[in-house]
Design a protein around this ligand. Structure first.
Ligand code: NAP
Ligand code: MG
Length: 497
């Protein structure tokens, strides 16, 4: 267990590593006119202050990004861009422990998640895209003898990137790495709840030697900094990850400028257990699918569809497994569910416990704020929630809760499972558990989701595209597809007649 003293030293370390109250503009830490506080959701304590960028700061950052795009960044060899990214990846690994400490303190997630998964994954993403920088070629199109026709793939220019609080450093990597590999420059805004690792990354970006203005980092609230960035006429493209509601607002607010958009939005992903599955892995997948990351994952398997012949057995096993998950101090190695990101988020999650009960679902475990009589007494802890006997029409099955809350829904046939799985506004991800290979492929082809996992869940690789169908958005992060979102094709026609 950590003690109050350890927590204070964590705060000191945070202040050492980031420049509180500053914005990264044109390669320098610039003071802002106002500041906000970021809170450790496990203790309720203020960690540090950070800057809020206003419209003037946004304008400066966008101008710096434009100058870098038209200037040095456009003329350095592509392989060199890749080297900056690789260097940044190495620095992330080198500073992994401090980054993980900041991530867990700011977000509340268990330290093992930050240190063993998030930070190495962020580095992997930079490494992966570093290799792409000099491999972005166009085509020659040999369809006429009187002309030489070819295409060039060119960067878009200045990219605004707005990201959520659930995977703060990972989201920085998903956004920055492909945009920079493709030759763009960036103004990035992290979420107000979790600004610290983005600021720490800013330090590492300077250390990696990126030319000034290539990456600018602006902290602040969405309605202030985010909105100014979205409306700025110097921005060529916005890449946003967050809620459907804010995604729509960004679309409306950028429409007048016809700014290009990628939206990675929410999910209500089905996790489907067929009776012929390997039950041990299916159960582990059901628990990890929703409770990893406190359920604050866009792709969380928040609807568990279970074939009726094994439904009672699965529900009983889930209840036992969930009540065995340790909730509490994110720095305790045994903790599996840390603090939810904020009081607001905790209240939102708890409100769905009431909604589920009112709609007639059976709460089989969890759903209460977990109280501690020590430095965690103000922490945002909730015991893992499982509702059984859920009808897919209920609000807990249709609305994204974005917390450790599972809705278990029985089904009788494969057709019914598919129909329930697709009966949602979202289409981000789906998982299924079966030993029938034909069924697995039938389902994978018919599920309306950007990612389908078969006999596994929540697996990511930098080379595999990730993004949504339906209201879960458009455009892709990761993989070669992510680069497409940061490039435009120019056709060149040379007359040979
Ligand atoms: P959010 O409320 O939509 O916020 C996301 C980002 O948008 C934050 O940086 C926020 O700033 C900013 N923002 C808010 N209002 C804005 C405005 N009017 N103009 C410009 N920017 C604005 O989402 P969240 O609560 O942070 O994150 C949870 C959501 O993200 C969930 O729906 C989840 O599914 C989704 N998500 C999706 C993916 C994916 O890949 N599809 C991955 C992770 C999360 P402030 O927070 O500073 O106000
Ligand atoms: Mg915080």
């Amino acid at each position: 267990m950590t003690t109050a003293t350890d927590n204070r030293s964590i705060q000191d370390k945070a202040n050492e590593f980031v420049k509180p109250g500053h914005l990264l503009i044109n390669g320098e830490w610039v003071e802002a006119s106002s500041t906000l506080e970021t809170i450790n959701p496990a203790t309720g304590e203020v960690i540090t202050t950070f800057a809020e960028a206003d419209a003037a700061d946004v304008e400066n950052a966008v101008s710096a990004a434009r100058a870098a795009f038209e200037g040095k960044w456009s003329v350095i060899p592509a392989a060199r861009r890749g080297k900056y990214l690789a260097k940044l990846a190495d620095l992330i690994l080198e500073h992994g422990e401090r980054l993980a400490l900041l991530e867990t303190t700011d977000n509340g997630k268990p330290y093992f998640e930050s240190s063993k998964i998030d930070i190495p994954f962020a580095a992997n993403v930079f490494h992966y895209f570093s290799g792409w920088a000099d491999k972005l070629s166009g085509q020659t199109i040999p369809s006429r003898s009187d002309a030489f026709m070819f295409t060039r793939r060119e960067p878009l220019g200045v990219i605004a990137q707005i990201i959520p609080w659930n995977l703060p450093l990972v989201m920085c990597a998903w956004k920055l790495a492909p945009a920079l590999a493709a030759g763009n420059t960036v103004v990035l805004k992290p979420a107000e709840q979790t600004p610290l690792t983005a600021l720490a990354l800013g330090e590492l970006i300077i250390e990696a030697g990126f030319p000034p203005g290539v990456v600018n980092i602006l902290t602040g609230r969405g309605e202030v900094t985010g909105a100014a960035l979205v409306k700025n006429t110097g921005v060529d493209k916005i890449s946003f990850t967050g809620s459907v509601e804010v995604g729509k607002e960004i679309m409306r607010n950028s429409a007048d400028n016809l700014t290009k958009l990628t939206l990675e939005l929410g999910g209500k992903s089905p996790n489907i257990i067929f009776a012929d599955a390997d039950m041990k892995s299916a159960l582990r997948g059901a628990i990890n699918g929703i409770f990893y990351g406190k359920g604050e994952l866009c792709c969380a398997g928040s609807r568990l569809l279970v074939e009726r012949s094994c439904y009672d057995e699965v529900v009983a096993a889930l209840k036992e497994a969930a009540s065995g998950l340790q909730v509490g101090d994110p720095f305790d190695k045994k903790t599996r569910i840390g603090a939810l990101v904020s009081k607001e988020q905790m209240e939102r999650v708890l409100s769905y416990v009431e909604i589920g009960k009112q709609d007639g679902a059976t709460l089989i475990t969890g759903g209460e704020r977990v109280a501690f009589n020590n430095e965690f007494s103000e922490g945002c802890f909730v015991s893992p929630i499982i509702f059984a006997d859920v009808d897919n029409k209920m609000r807990i099955a249709q609305e994204e809760i974005f917390g450790p809350a599972l809705a278990v829904i029985p089904f009788d046939t494969e057709e019914e499972a598919l129909s329930i799985a697709n009966d949602t506004q979202y289409g981000l991800a789906a998982a299924l558990w079966t030993n029938d290979i034909k069924r697995a492929h039938r389902m994978a082809a018919s599920l309306k989701a950007g990612t389908v996992w078969i006999n596994t869940v929540n697996m990511f690789d930098p080379s595999l595209p990730f993004g949504g169908f339906k209201d879960s958005g458009f455009g892709r992060d990761l993989g070669e597809d992510a680069l497409d979102g940061y490039l435009q094709t120019k056709s060149v026609w040379v007359d040979l007649s």
